[in-house]
Design a protein around this ligand. Structure first.
Ligand code: DAT
Ligand code: MG
Length: 149
């Protein structure tokens, strides 16, 4: 069993695509392990995309990622890392096959609506970066006896 990090970027959240994206992962059979809607600050965006620091589009990428809420998720399943990348499709939506998320919902590489880890090493790093090292989701617990009826 494998875990991967997936994130709906600000354009996907703005366009109301969280639901359809969750549905595709669930229909495929992956199990949702953790999920949160959050703002990313500059430091987290730069860490997340650290491998692209020297690329000409880096500044634009960081500004874009911090421009609105993202939906960060952890999905689990057999070959979840490669499987998620297949569901997501090619980096440039112009080349992404119909039937993939980018192929069906996006037009341009600068707004390609979703991220998925590209290796076991990235998945481990990104899950720790966004969710900490905890093995299980941080589910609030309550004592039933303390609830007023
Ligand atoms: P992926 O998101 O498919 O893993 P990547 O890691 O190569 O692709 O790039 C990270 C993000 O950077 C990508 O989702 C969108 C942006 N990006 C990549 N190439 C770009 C380009 N040539 N111009 C503008 N943005 C680009
Ligand atoms: Mg990548």
């Amino acid at each position: 069993m494998e875990r991967t990090f997936v994130m709906v970027k600000p354009d996907g959240v703005r366009r109301g695509l969280v639901g359809p994206i969750l549905t595709r992962f669930e229909q495929k059979g992956f199990k949702l392990q953790d999920l949160k809607l959050m703002m990313i600050d500059r430091e987290l965006a730069e860490q997340h995309y650290g491998e692209h620091r020297e690329r000409p589009f880096f500044g634009e990428l960081v500004s874009f990622l911090t421009s609105g809420k993202v939906c960060a998720m952890v999905w689990e399943g057999p070959n979840a890392i490669a499987g998620a990348r297949l569901l997501i499709g090619q980096t440039n939506p112009a080349n992404a096959a119909p039937g993939t998320i980018r192929g069906d919902f996006a037009l341009e590489v600068s707004e390609n609506i979703i991220h998925g880890s590209d290796s076991a090493e990235s998945a481990g790093r990104e899950i720790a970066l966004f969710f900490g090292d905890a093995e299980e989701p941080d589910i609030p617990r309550f004592n039933i006896d303390e609830i007023d009826s």
